[in-house]
Design a protein around this ligand. Structure first.
Ligand code: SF4
Length: 347
C-alpha cells in the first residue's frame, strides 16, 4: 500500500480529488465514487463504502479524515431556530444557525473564527479574528447539521452570514461553494446560495466571475461618514466603489442584490436616512432587508421603535423599492445576526 499523507477530504473539489486518488495509485473514477459516498450517501465511516476496494478503503481509513469539525452543543429557540456550536481540530469553536421557514430550511454558515472587520454593532466583530476556516470546515457545517437534523428537515438554502467576512477568506469559500454546487457533491443550486459581504470590493468583482451565487451587502448607512463610523471597512472601500461593484455584479436574471440594513435607534433610522438610501440604491435591481437591532448586553446601540421602523419602510415603499422588515431569528439563544460568539471561540 502506498504511504498516504493524512488529508481532510472535504478540502478537495472533485478535480482535486481526482488528482489525489491518482497520486496514491488509484483510478481517476474512484474520486467520483468517494464524492458520491460522502455527499450523496452521507456515510459515517469509510467502512460503509462497499463500492470501493478493501485496499482503497484502508488507504482512506489511514489517510483521509471524513470530518473536520465536531458538534459540541446545539440549542433551539422557541421559534425553531437552532444554533450549533462546533469544535475545530485545534480546539477553536464556530457556530452555524439553522433557520426553519417551511418549506425552506436555511443554514447560516461561518467562514472565519471571529472577524477582523470590527463593525461596531456586531458582537462577533468585538472578538477579533483568530483564523480563517478551511474549505473542509465550511463544507462540514452543512454535512454535520444535515446529519443532526435528519432527512425530514433537508437544508434548502445556504447563506454565508455567520461568523466572519466570507470574502476575506475568498479561496476557501469559493472552493466550498464548488463542492456545495457540484452535482456529485452537495448538489445545491447557485441560486440557493447567498454570500454576504461588508463590502470587500475587489473580491466582490472576483466572486461574480468565479461562481454566480447571490450577493448580499451589509450596508447599514446611506452615506460615507456614518458608514465609516459604523463599519471601518468603508474607509477602504467607500460607498461609491461599493455601489459600482454592485452595479457590475453579474446578478442572474430575475434575481436581485440584497442590501441588509440594521436599524439602530437614533443613529441611522430617520426618514432622512431612508431618503438618502433611496437616492443611493434607486437605480439598482435590489431589495432591502430592514432589521431592527437586537441589543445584547453592553451593546452601545438601542432598538428603534416600531413606528420609526415603519416610517423608514414607508419612505422606501413610496419610492417603489422592494423592502422587507426582517426580525432576526433566535435572539434569545444568541443566534441572531451579529450575535455569534461561538462561546467566545473555546480552546
Ligand atoms: S458584521 Fe460581519 S463583517 Fe462586520 S464584524 Fe460582524 S461578522 Fe465581521
Amino acid at each position: 500500500m502506498n504511504r498516504v499523507e493524512t488529508i481532510f477530504i472535504q478540502n478537495y473539489t472533485l478535480p482535486d480529488l481526482e488528482r489525489w486518488v491518482e497520486s496514491i495509485g488509484e483510478r481517476r473514477f474512484r474520486a467520483r465514487q468517494v464524492f458520491r459516498n460522502i455527499y450523496g450517501r452521507q456515510i459515517r465511516g469509510w467502512g460503509e463504502c462497499s463500492d470501493l476496494s478493501k485496499m482503497f478503503r484502508l488507504q482512506l481509513e489511514y489517510g483521509a479524515h471524513l470530518h473536520a469539525i465536531a458538534l459540541r452543543e446545539s440549542t433551539e429557540a422557541a421559534d425553531g431556530t437552532r444554533k450549533f456550536l462546533f469544535e475545530l481540530r485545534d480546539g477553536l469553536c464556530i457556530e452555524s444557525v439553522l433557520i426553519p421557514d417551511p418549506p425552506r430550511h436555511t443554514l447560516c454558515l461561518s467562514s472565519q473564527v471571529g472577524c477582523a472587520l470590527g463593525c461596531r454593532f456586531c458582537l462577533t466583530g468585538t472578538l477579533g479574528l483568530r483564523r480563517n476556516l478551511t474549505t473542509a470546515e465550511i463544507v462540514d457545517q452543512v454535512c454535520r447539521v444535515q446529519e443532526e437534523v435528519g432527512a425530514s428537515r433537508r437544508i434548502t438554502n445556504l447563506v454565508f452570514m455567520g461568523m466572519g467576512e466570507p470574502l476575506a477568506n475568498f479561496d476557501a469559500v469559493v472552493r466550498a461553494i464548488h463542492i456545495m454546487t457540484d452535482p456529485l457533491g452537495l448538489a445545491f443550486s447557485h441560486r440557493r446560495i447567498t454570500v454576504s459581504t461588508a463590502g470587500l470590493v475587489p473580491q466582490m468583482n472576483r466572486l461574480g466571475s468565479e461562481t454566480p451565487v447571490n450577493l448580499a451587502v451589509s450596508l447599514h448607512a446611506p452615506e460615507d461618514q456614518l458608514r465609516s463610523e459604523l463599519m471601518p471597512i468603508n474607509r477602504t472601500y467607500p460607498l461609491e466603489q461599493l455601489i459600482r461593484a454592485c452595479r457590475e455584479y453579474p446578478t442572474p436574471p430575475r434575481k436581485r442584490i440584497t442590501f441588509e440594513y440594521i436599524l439602530l435607534e437614533g443613529i441611522n433610522d430617520s426618514p432622512g436616512h431612508a431618503r438618502e438610501l433611496v437616492r443611493l440604491l434607486g437605480a439598482l435591481r435590489c431589495k432591502v432587508n430592514l432589521m431592527p437591532f437586537n441589543p445584547y448586553e453592553g451593546s452601545p446601540f438601542g432598538r428603534p421603535s416600531e413606528e420609526s421602523v415603519l416610517a423608514f419602510q414607508e419612505v422606501l415603499h413610496k419610492a417603489q423599492m422592494t423592502v422587507i422588515i426582517r426580525e432576526s431569528r433566535g435572539a434569545e439563544i444568541g443566534a441572531a445576526c451579529g450575535q455569534l460568539v461561538a462561546a467566545s471561540m473555546c480552546a
